[in-house]
Design a binder for this molecule. Structure first.
Ligand SMILES: Cc1ncc(COP(=O)(O)O)c(C=O)c1O
Length: 330
């Protein structure tokens, strides 16, 4: 049993909103959106549910310097720096130039800009350098300087992070009851490091709800993604003392990645425009636009039927729009 201590980074519940114009436009099922893009400081996002326990663990171990690996447009890094600012902790981002530069201001806009404004300490490493090694070096230097370092797992994806998304299912359940709607047949999410999906799956298993959690991979091929989510779900269920093999709950689709992580597709750009124009909601070019593109395709091809219902998890990332501004002017 993990000793659990949480810090509060989220005020109340994230809104669960119906998307009437998108639902009408597709002439398909009712689509709801869970607005995790508006939870947490520094422009919000899914990481804050994960960080409540991860940073709680750091604080209970008396650590004062949070170290994370990321890239210049990382939502996870920007969120961590924001949470550290809020809590009066130090943070260090070990940064690689991971995404091919999209335009001449790519390294100074979007999340890079927000991290700069928050005074983030960035340690630059080369593409071929190893993240773990580099974070360990920063941790040693921190100790030498009298600090107490804590290394954040990649993307905030470990059991502590996933538990935040198991709890999100309980929140969603409560909101569905308040709105007098059935718990959704499908929950769609972007899948990167896997903690969000593993947590959601653990949550629906814990609540014994027959919903299907579909993870649209933005990075890993299907087999690899399935392994990541399966392993983390097993660990999370073990922590929750639930003895179930989760294999039949793991649904990953890797067909919306396009050319690679952080590279937009014509469809993902269209999806961003569609959501903005129909509902006034901004998706992000790296994660949620591809996840929503997947959901639209499932509806258009009849994989999800009209009498079913869907919740799309908006996991955040809209600051990335500014870094990808050139994709919208042509
Ligand atoms: C906006 C956004 N959505 C989704 C994800 C993917 O979540 P996970 O890494 O838990 O799979 C991330 C991860 O960085 C993200 O920033």
């Amino acid at each position: 049993m993990i000793f659990e201590s949480k810090v509060q980074l989220i005020e109340g519940q994230s809104p669960l909103e119906f998307l009437p114009r998108l639902s009408d436009y597709l002439k398909g099922p009712k689509i709801y959106i869970k607005r995790d893009d508006v939870i947490g400081r520094s422009s919000g996002g899914n990481k804050f549910r994960k960080y409540e326990r991860i940073i709680g663990n750091a604080i209970s171990n008396k650590c004062d310097t949070l170290i994370i690996a990321g890239h210049y447009q990382s939502n996870a890094a920007r969120g961590l720096v924001g949470a550290a600012c809020q809590l009066g902790l130090q943070s260090v981002v070990v940064c690689k130039d991971l995404i091919p530069n999209q335009n001449s201001t790519f390294l100074k806009n979007g999340n890079a800009l927000l991290m700069n404004i928050m005074g983030a300490k960035i340690v630059q490493i080369n593409k071929e350098d190893d993240y773990t090694l580099a974070m360990n070096i920063v941790a040693r230097q921190t100790k030498k300087a009298g600090g107490r370092p804590y290394i954040i797992p990649f993307g905030g994806s470990n059991v502590l992070g996933s538990l935040g998304y198991a709890d999100c299912v309980d929140e969603l359940y409560e909101q569905s009851q308040t709105l007098s709607i059935n718990f959704p047949d499908y929950i769609f999410t972007a899948m990167g490091s896997g903690g969000t999906q593993a947590g959601l799956i653990s949550g629906i298993i814990r609540k014994n709800i027959p919903s299907k959690v579909v993870g649209i991979s933005v990075l890993h091929k299907k087999e690899e993604a399935e392994k990541i989510v399966r392993d983390l779900t097993i660990q999370t269920l073990t922590e929750l003392k639930i003895n179930i093999t989760p294999d039949k709950f793991i649904n990953i689709d890797d067909t919306f990645i396009g050319e690679g992580y952080g590279i937009t597709t014509p469809e993902s750009i269209e999806t961003i425009q569609l959501l903005a124009r129909l509902e006034g909601i901004f998706l992000c070019p790296v994660y949620t636009a591809k996840a929503m593109t997947g959901l639209l395709a499932y509806i258009r091809t009849g994989k999800i039927r009209k009498n079913e219902s869907v919740v799309f998890l908006h996991s955040g990332g809209s600051p990335l729009l500014y870094a990808y501004y050139d994709k919208f002017f042509n």
